[in-house]
Ligand binder design. Sequence first.
Ligand SMILES: C[C@H](O)[C@@H](O)[C@@H](O)[C@H](O)C(=O)O
Ligand SMILES: [Mg+2]
Length: 435
Amino acid sequence: MSTTITRVTARDIRFPTSKSLDGSDAMNATSDYSATYVTLETDSSLGLQGHGLTFTIGRGNELCVEAVKSLAKLFVVGRTLEDITANFGAYWHEIVAGDCQLRWVGPEKGVIHLATAAIINAIWDLWAKQAGKPVWKLLVDMSPEELVRCVDFTYLTDVLTPEEAIALLRRVEPGKAAREREMLEQGFPGYTTAAGWLGYSEEKMRTLARAAVADGWTHLKQKVGADIEQDLRRARILREELGWDRKLMMDANQTWDVDQAVENMRKLAAFDPWWIEEPTSPDDVLGHAEIRRRIHPIGVATGEHAHNRVMFKQFFQAKAFDFCQLDPARLGGLNEVLAVVLMAAKFGVPVCPHGGGVGLCQYSQNIVLFDYIAVAASLENRVLEYVDHLHENFVEPIVIRRGRYMPPKLPGYSVTMKEQSLDRFAYPHGAEWIS
Ligand SMILES: C[C@H](O)[C@@H](O)[C@@H](O)[C@H](O)C(=O)O
Ligand SMILES: [Mg+2]
């Protein structure tokens, strides 16, 4: 029995987070956390559906919705899940390169790639729901050969071949069951961005940081990059609340030039930052490498705007970062995430996925669990970002216990939203937007 995808819908969902300045940073002062929300309808007698989303921050979400429709017509409607997943890497390649006219508006970047992510992740959701497992478990239970079949190695074979990837996976197979038990009991370490948004007053930041410490968080991220005097003042407040044993990270959201980043981080070094994130343009691989060399031992983190596996390949090759912050919906969905996770293992760079957006923590918890259990087999320097709003809109919201992510249990990729949320936040006609 096969499952045919009969219809694809894409909805424009927006949350008015700019009102409270949740999610604000030096580059994105007023973002409305938004999702292009994709539903794959099928002919399954059980009414099985796949759900995926891509994250945007408001205007432009309508472009992603249209791009999903363009891709769905050509590559999704009428296809069977079994046909797609039998050789998922080849199917992924077909979506990103199978139509030269759509490829032209990327390739493998921008709106079209964000749309690819929503569709591809919806297929993974459907596959996992059919298998009755959360995505992390679906991945963990696959053989190395099955996993590698999900990856498109195009443009990667000079640094990683399928055979090497299989060998990497095989090497850590012996401890898999123990690591899975450990995760189910103890969860995966997280860090919180919840106190550090730039639009929050210093007083609010102090109160939230204090609460975060009381809740058991050991790592906290501060937004910087608008004004260095403000950054120094806020770092001082955070150190007063965190003490010096907890880790403080900083995120400049692309606002500095290379020399300016170095100069500012030399000042902020007084507060012992663990990493500086997106210190400069997300495309400037060599600039990141230069910053990294000059601010050592402060680490450099980036990746939330690195749009495809080739960008990551260059970050690895150029030794340009210490923390790989891949984004589950900026890359073209989970197949491409797997490619980056495998490269990260080869280059020995920890993967700390991006979670700052709606649905991103929901996805990323699956990625880090898989990475720890089946690929990296290490927790060293690995933490998953946590932002603490909008979780109530999901059918299975993330669960945090003393600063650690507890593994999701429901089948799927953890981004299925509640119907009433989809109705209320639909843009522009949902109740939230017309009132
Ligand atoms: C606009 C967003 O909230 C960003 O500030 C956010 O993704 C951030 O860069 C992060 O690292 O979480
Ligand atoms: Mg960031």
